[in-house]
Design a protein around this ligand. Structure first.
Ligand SMILES: *[C@@H]1O[C@H](CO)[C@@H](O)[C@H](O)[C@H]1NC(C)=O
Ligand SMILES: *[C@@H]1O[C@H](CO)[C@@H](O)[C@H](O)[C@H]1NC(C)=O
Ligand SMILES: *[C@@H]1O[C@H](CO)[C@@H](O)[C@H](O)[C@H]1NC(C)=O
Ligand SMILES: *[C@@H]1O[C@H](CO)[C@@H](O)[C@H](O)[C@H]1NC(C)=O
Length: 311
């Protein structure tokens, strides 16, 4: 009698143990790609842009995240804000950041595009949303290795409108040269635990309840020295697929705080309705499709010299 009870207890324990094992493995499978440490030297460069920073130190380098299928966005940027080379007497350079694609045709097209424009930085990681941090860090690594002479760096996206001229004006006026980071500041963001969200982050990937201060990934700007410093500490902070939060973790470790560029809002991660006078007073605006980019740019150029009502 007693031994039968013990046998049952034993079997129950075995079943319970098996269930625990099953669920823990299930969890691991769910959260694959969880905490791993970013490796600075991983991957090799497939394309480098024709930018000679040693000979011609840029005042501002614009790093634009892009993907293979966004050719029309790159073309629009090359015809508008990416075309500018000298702004208010300062040199600017715009380069695109890409990974790799399984499509041979798309890979070939981007290789040709790079040879033609010589404005693409590409490394051999798979170009998917979850690898966005690798893409940003590739740009930062490029600045660290090939362009530490840049006074300022902007990281932005292909669906952004950037008024490079106004940005240069504000950076000159701000007169900061080191440990400077600005953009649309997010000082108290919390991890999104809602599984269906694009920004879902599990407790396994990020166990803490708060994010460090960071700038919206749509567009942020930092002094050139910050690139090397972020690159330097990037291996010693927990990896996160959200590139802007990851950079925020690096900045927290470096004790670099975020600052406003201007007393008025100039970064618009949520988009903004176009008007000539408004777009003369913004640095970056999200959700601008290639067609719109060309139209806005032309309207701004055609109206140059016309007055806007003083505020
Ligand atoms: C990111 O890129 C690496 C290197 O190509 C690849 O092994 C990995 O699967 C990619 N990540 C995702 C989520 O696809
Ligand atoms: C810029 O800052 C430096 C010190 O950091 C100061 O010497 C210089 O006068 C400032 N220039 C302007 C134009 O404010
Ligand atoms: C990188 O880190 C090392 C050690 O922590 C330090 O000696 C070096 O000065 C750092 N380099 C930069 C560019 O911050
Ligand atoms: C950019 O800003 C400057 C300065 O405010 C303004 O004069 C110009 O029209 C704007 N240009 C474009 C193309 O956004």
């Amino acid at each position: 009698m007693a031994s039968a009870k013990l046998r049952w207890l034993y079997m129950a324990l075995v079943v319970l143990g098996a269930l625990c094992l099953y669920f823990s493995m299930h969890d691991l499978a769910l959260f694959r790609g969880g905490p791993f440490i970013f490796k600075k030297e991983s991957g090799r460069f497939l394309q480098l842009p024709a930018v000679d920073c040693r000979r011609d130190p840029p005042f501002l380098v614009l790093l634009v995240t892009s993907s293979h299928e966004q050719l029309s966005a790159r073309t629009a940027i090359r015809k508008t804000w990416g075309r500018e080379r000298v702004v208010r007497g300062k040199r600017t350079e715009t380069v695109f950041l890409l990974g790799t694609t399984p499509s041979e045709a798309a890979a070939l097209a981007v290789a040709q595009e790079g040879r033609r424009h010589r404005d693409i930085i590409q490394k051999d990681f798979l170009d998917v949303y979850l690898n966005l941090t690798l893409k940003t860090m590739m740009g930062i690594e490029w600045v660290h290795h090939f362009c530490p002479q840049a006074a300022f760096v902007m990281k932005t996206d292909s669906d952004m409108f950037v008024n490079v001229s106004y940005l240069v004006e504000l950076l000159v006026r701000k007169n900061r040269t080191a440990r400077f980071v600005t953009g649309f500041l997010k000082m108290h963001d919390l991890p999104i635990r809602e599984k269906r969200s694009k920004w879902f982050v599990s407790r396994y990937e990020y166990p803490w309840n708060k994010y460090p201060p960071f700038c919206s990934g749509t567009a942020y700007v930092f002094s050139g020295d910050v690139a090397s410093q972020v690159y330097n500490v990037s291996e010693s902070v927990p990896f996160l697929k959200l590139e802007d939060v990851f950079v925020g973790l690096c900045l927290a470790k470096l004790r670099i705080s975020l600052e406003e560029l201007h007393s008025e809002q100039t970064f618009f991660p949520g988009g903004l309705t176009f008007s000539i006078c408004r777009f003369r007073r913004i640095v970056a605006c999200h959700h601008v499709q290639p067609q719109k980019m060309l139209i806005y740019w032309k309207a701004l150029e055609d109206s140059a010299g016309e007055e806007c009502p003083a505020k």
